[in-house]
Structures are given as structure tokens and as C-alpha cells.
Design a protein. Sequence first.
Length: 260
Amino acid sequence: VKDYSFESLFSFDGYAEKLPDGKYRIVKKKTFIDDLTKLPNPDWSWMEFDIYNQNPNDPLVAGLPIMCTRGCPNNCTYCSSKLYWGQRFLYRPIEKVIEEILSSYNQYGIKNFSVVDDNPAFDKNWFLKFCQSYRKMPQDINISFNNFSIKTVDQDVIDGLKIIRQNKITIAIETGSQGMQKHINKRLDLKDAAAKVDLLKKNKIRMHVAWMIGFPNETMGQINETVNMAKKLRTYSIQVFPVFPFPGTKLYEEANHKAS
Ligand code: SF4
């Protein structure tokens, strides 16, 4: 080997490198896979499922990850999704997703699946068709969605969730401050978000809600707005993330600028 540089040894398209001084360097991706029909199913043959199946009754613990759609066209300042998928939304053919689930079920006896998509109902038509196709699934298969955008929730989507026997979803509201919603470019209308939480409750769908605290320049008043909204919504469960600026995001630039 004549050249030990990172680029020479690892010619990945898009990566983050930690430099000796502790800083990070981002080399942006230049190409993305456009045609998801060509992706093979993941090879799980090496996986020792018995070790992980400690609590097979909880699909959130024991769900095999599966990706049905890829990416999100939104542009929240803290989100790193666009760095690896591009700022766009693609979906797999529904029959390929169903085939992947059935293949893991038949080959390994997996019954719980955890959808890791960023914004699975962004294309409502795709999502509703997926729900209809899911009707043919064996009754002992469970699927759970981990990142559901509250913007996409309406009665049609909720009816779809019922078809796929979904009684709990995870949604991210992040901040209860309308001003901070704008600042982080999440741009949820908080009244609308609260109304959708009510709609989900009326339909007996439990929610796990993600919140974030510690944005640069966030005031105690804004943090209290988040705490108050989380209390007021009284969802099934919540998680509160301390803000972490991922290299390559706008939030990272903002945090760096504030630190310098
Ligand atoms: S809506 Fe979610 S996935 Fe989309 S950009 Fe915002 S944080 Fe990322």
C-alpha cells in the first residue's frame, strides 16, 4: 500500500471522518440508489435469533428491522436522514416488502417486525395500499412503526393502521414551542398536532412521543412550553432527547457558530 489516506483505503461515497484534533470532516454523498426494486432482501442467515428473542411478546423489543420506504423530503435542521438517503422520498414495491416479511417468517419464524422508515405515510396512497395488502398476512405477524410523522395522520391513515393491527405508533413532535418549531424547520402547527393526538386517542391508538430539549439559544420559557405540552397531551409514553448536533446538519453549523 503506497497511500494510507482515508480516501484511498476506503473509497466510500459519503462518510464522516473523525480527525486527530477531534473535529469531524464530512464528505458528502454524491450518488444515491434510485431504484429500490433492485435491492435484495437482507441476509439474516448469520443472525442468532434465539439470543434476541428474550421477550417475543413485545414487538418493539423483538422486532426485526424492515425498511419499506426510504428518506423524507422535509428538512428539519437537526435531522441527518437527508445526508444518507438524500432529501427525498422513495418507496419499495409493496409486494417486495410483503415478500421480505413472509420470507423471514417462513425461514426463521420471525413474527415481529419493526419498520425503521423516517416517514412511512408520506405517500398516503402507497401506505393505504400497503395496509390493504397486509390483510393477507398470517394473523400472528406483528408490525410496528417507529417514526410516524404526525403531519401525515388523518382518519384514512388511522383506518389503515387498524387494518395492520397497529395499536401503538411513535411520533416526534420535538418541541412545544411554536417559535422553536419554526427555528428548527420542523414546522408543525402545534394546535393541529394536538388535534391529531386527540384523533389517535379516540381511535384507541397509543402514542409514544419524542421530544427534544437543549437547542442552541433555546430559552427556559421554550423548554417549559415543551414540558407543558408533553404533560397536556398525556400520551401513552414519551422520551426526551438532549439535543445532539450531528455533523453535516444545519443544527451542527448553528451549534458550531454559537461555540466559536
Ligand atoms: S420529518 Fe423527521 S425524518 Fe423528516 S426531516 Fe424532519 S426529522 Fe427528519
